[in-house]
Design a binder for this molecule. Structure first.
Ligand code: NAD
Length: 481
């Protein structure tokens, strides 16, 4: 019996792609989760046409209609968070606990933007002229392309799709190739929320054809992208060429500073969570641990002890604290960087190889380098795996200088009991998001998400800031003469 691949969703109908691809569990390579459609550029054009045809009526729908649809989606996601979390853990390798929390967060995001649909979209000004009324309206931009990475396959699509729909745009959603299962389940829920045909479309497939077709199409008014800096810059150039809007969230090389006066247990917990949870595959992961000399040796000892206890295994085993790497390709990249770190002279003090007694998947032990310097490639380039490196410094000033000496600027953290240093870091860290006595990863769902330098381009995502990208201002002067 041939099993039909999970289809794409175009113009209110589930349609087969031109091809399909298997979805393999990285925790257990014998487990094929299913086969998922791969769209062609032509399928993508059809999705864009459907979204384009739906813009006029959806943009004029009432906020009540939009809010009720989004609330319905959010409610179903929360109710089914265990099922969604299980799919996420199974196809991406994040632990079940993290995956279920992400599913819950995706539901909360839809519920947040359901309410935000009611927020004021017209603001008044007093004109400087007599008998002139002045107002600024916020209008939807039209068809929005949503292109997402594999590492947060529910939360990131949710925080793009929900505001896009809340403010009256229509959506063409292209998830990452490695995580079609979560995207399909999310789209299935959205497809049953009563949205008119064409308002939401799912096209699964490769970046080079489906993604590029979205980026290049003149009817796509803007693209909200999250992914690597290399791809983000490439598509950014293409979007600029044709005058389309863009919101690009990209890579990170996030510093976590640990000062002599830090609570050692807290510092280790924040470093372990920030660097290794979600297998280090987070744009906000603490890959650079910058530690002052007085606490350095104790920190290294405590880190190696803690990492030895970290249980690596099948993402869906409840004992597991760190799951596998997402794919063979990513595992090769991780191993290459471990060799680069060694050859650059950093000292490998933990991990670097496959842990013992792990199943047939892409496993790598949590890996820690010491004696590293900020010039080394392991401290300059985003690795995106369970690999962090420690740099020993003489002072807070030196730590701050190193923290800011990077092409990226997403998240930055400091562990210290000194309130003056906390505030100084808050004011001088060249990042979009500061974490004080907390891991560099882990943001509230209703707060904005943003970075500086090579990490972000365009308006912030989430929270009240989301309106900036997904709507355009229109200024109206009205004579009352
Ligand atoms: P990626 O850049 O390889 O792919 C991201 C998405 O872009 C995928 O859907 C992919 O298919 C698509 N794509 C690839 N080429 C394309 C093209 N030419 N045109 C259009 N679309 C194209 O990233 P990834 O490997 O999926 O994710 C990991 C990266 O994402 C890391 O760099 C990580 O830091 C970053 N990330 C950033 C944030 C953030 O908010 N800053 C959050 C999560 C992940």
């Amino acid at each position: 019996m041939t099993v039909q691949p999970f289809p794409n969703y175009i113009a209110g109908t589930w349609v087969a792609g031109c091809d399909s691809a298997p979805n393999i569990n990285p925790s257990d390579l014998n487990d094929t989760i299913g086969h998922y459609a791969m769209a062609s550029a032509i399928d993508t054009f059809q999705a864009i046409e459907a979204a384009s045809n739906a813009v006029e009526s959806w943009s004029r729908s009432t906020s009540l209609v939009r809010a009720e649809a989004l609330d319905k989606i959010g409610t179903e996601i929360v109710a089914r968070k265990d099922e969604l979390g299980d799919m996420l853990a199974r196809e991406e390798g994040k632990t079940l606990r993290e995956a279920t929390a992400e599913a819950h967060r995706a539901g909360s995001l839809f519920k947040y933007f359901a309410q935000d649909a009611f927020r004021e979209t017209v603001s008044g000004f007093r004109s400087i002229r007599d008998n002139v009324e002045l107002e600024v309206r916020r209008e939807p931009i039209g068809v929005v392309g949503v292109i997402t990475p594999w590492n947060f396959p529910l939360a990131i699509p949710a925080w793009k799709i929900a505001p896009a729909l809340a403010y009256g745009n229509t959506v063409v959603f292209k998830p990452a190739e490695l995580v079609p299962g979560s995207a399909w389940m999310l789209s299935d829920i959205i497809s049953r929320a009563g949205l008119p045909e064409g308002v939401f479309n799912l096209v699964m497939g490769h970046g080079r054809d489906v993604g590029q077709a979205i980026v290049d199409h003149p009817d796509v008014a803007g693209v909200s992208f999250t992914g690597s800096t290399a791809v983000g810059r490439k598509i950014g150039a293409a979007l600029f060429q044709r005058g389309a809007r863009m919101q690009l969230e990209m890579g990170g090389k996030n510093p976590l500073i640990v000062l002599d006066d830090a609570d050692l247990d807290l510092a280790v917990e924040c470093a372990v969570q920030g660097a290794y949870f979600s297998t280090g595959q987070r744009c906000t992961a603490s890959s650079r641990l910058i530690v002052t000399r007085g606490i350095h040796d104790a920190f290294i000892d405590a880190m190696t002890n803690r990492l030895s206890d970290l249980k690596v295994g099948d993402a869906r085993d409840l004992q597991t604290q760190m799951g596998p790497v997402v794919s063979a390709e990513q595992l090769d990249i991780d191993k290459t960087y471990i060799e680069i770190g060694r050859s650059e002279g950093a000292e490998l003090i933990h991990g670097g190889m496959r842990p013992e007694n792990t199943p047939n998947g892409y496993y790598l032990a949590p890996t820690l380098f010491a004696s590293s310097s900020n010039e080394m490639r392991i401290n300059r380039e985003e690795i995106f795996g369970p690999i962090a490196s420690v740099q020993c410094v003489g002072s807070y000033d030196e730590a701050l200088h190193i923290a800011n000496d990077t092409d990226y600027g997403l998240s930055g953290g400091i562990i210290t009991t000194d309130i003056n240093r906390q505030r100084h870091f808050r004011d001088h860290a060249q990042v979009g998001m500061v974490q004080i006595n907390l891991p560099t990863a882990g943001m509230d769902f209703h707060a904005p998400f943003t970075g500086k330098k090579g990490s972000s381009y365009g308006p912030p995502e989430k929270g009240g800031y989301a309106r900036e990208f997904f709507t355009a201002a229109k200024v109206v002067h009205e004579g009352r003469g």
